[in-house]
Design a protein around this ligand. Structure first.
Ligand SMILES: C[S@@+](CC[C@H](N)C(=O)[O-])C[C@H]1O[C@@H](n2cnc3c(N)ncnc32)[C@H](O)[C@@H]1O
Length: 213
């Protein structure tokens, strides 16, 4: 069983967008779209871990500009092939943990939070904040755990990180960290680092929006 997150997403690139076709999730996806478009209208947005560009397309419809990056070239290539009517998107292949970029007005990252070890979240937030100007808006979205819709949690480690077994269409198997945070965790972690913290929990997804201090 492979536990390399980056390799997993590289190998999953061509099947990734199927996750956005699940019928039961469509109304939540629409609600997320409305929140993101309301938040990012006319903003310059840095998007980290953009994957195949599903949310890049949503944000680019209303933003002034989007600078989207991901560590995997395979997903960035798929994202680049999508249509961006306003021609306002630039892409880079970059590891967010080893990336230097001028701080932007606002930052978005979808479905990466759940893959960060709990014991590294504090450091992760500091790294994320290095990409945003003080007062800039930060938005994360990710999954709630819904029995029957998410793969089951099969392992919990000593820090309380939870893991799922994932099998790709070619049969390769991965053990992937997937955490499901509570709103209290955000308020605790962001107490000194964020302002106007808003946490919205839908059925399948959560969204946290705040201003970086
Ligand atoms: C769950 S996918 C989310 C993709 C996209 N944000 C979305 O919501 O559809 C996680 C993404 O994180 C990327 N990733 C993992 N580690 C990364 C890193 N260190 N720097 C940048 N991207 C990373 C993976 O390549 C993958 O595309």
């Amino acid at each position: 069983m492979n536990n390399n997150l980056v390799v997993y997403y590289e190998e999953r690139a061509n099947e990734y967008d199927k996750i956005y076709e699940k019928p039961e999730r469509q109304s939540d996806l629409l609600a997320l779209t409305e929140i993101l478009q309301r938040t990012f209208t006319d903003k310059d947005v840095t998007e980290l871990a953009c994957g195949t560009g599903f949310w890049t397309q949503v944000i680019a419809k209303v933003a002034k500009s989007v600078n989207a990056s991901d560590i995997n070239e395979a997903v960035v290539d798929i994202a680049k092939d999508k249509e961006y009517e306003k021609n306002n998107v630039t892409f880079e292949v970059a590891d967010m943990f080893n990336y230097s970029l001028a701080p932007a007005d606002s930052l978005f990252s979808g479905f990466i939070w759940s893959h960060i070890k709990k014991q590294e979240l504090d450091k992760f937030i500091d790294i994320i904040h290095s990409f945003v100007k003080p007062g800039g808006m930060v938005v994360f979205i990710d999954n709630n755990f819904v029995e029957g819709s998410n793969r089951p949690v099969v392992k919990v480690d000593e820090y309380g990180n939870t893991y799922q077994d994932r099998i790709l269409e070619n049969g390769s198997k991965y053990s992937i960290i997937k955490n499901f945070p509570t709103d209290q965790l955000f308020f605790k972690l962001l107490k000194e680092k964020g302002e106007r913290i808003k946490f919205v929990s839908l059925k399948y997804y959560w969204v946290v929006c705040y201003q970086r201090k």
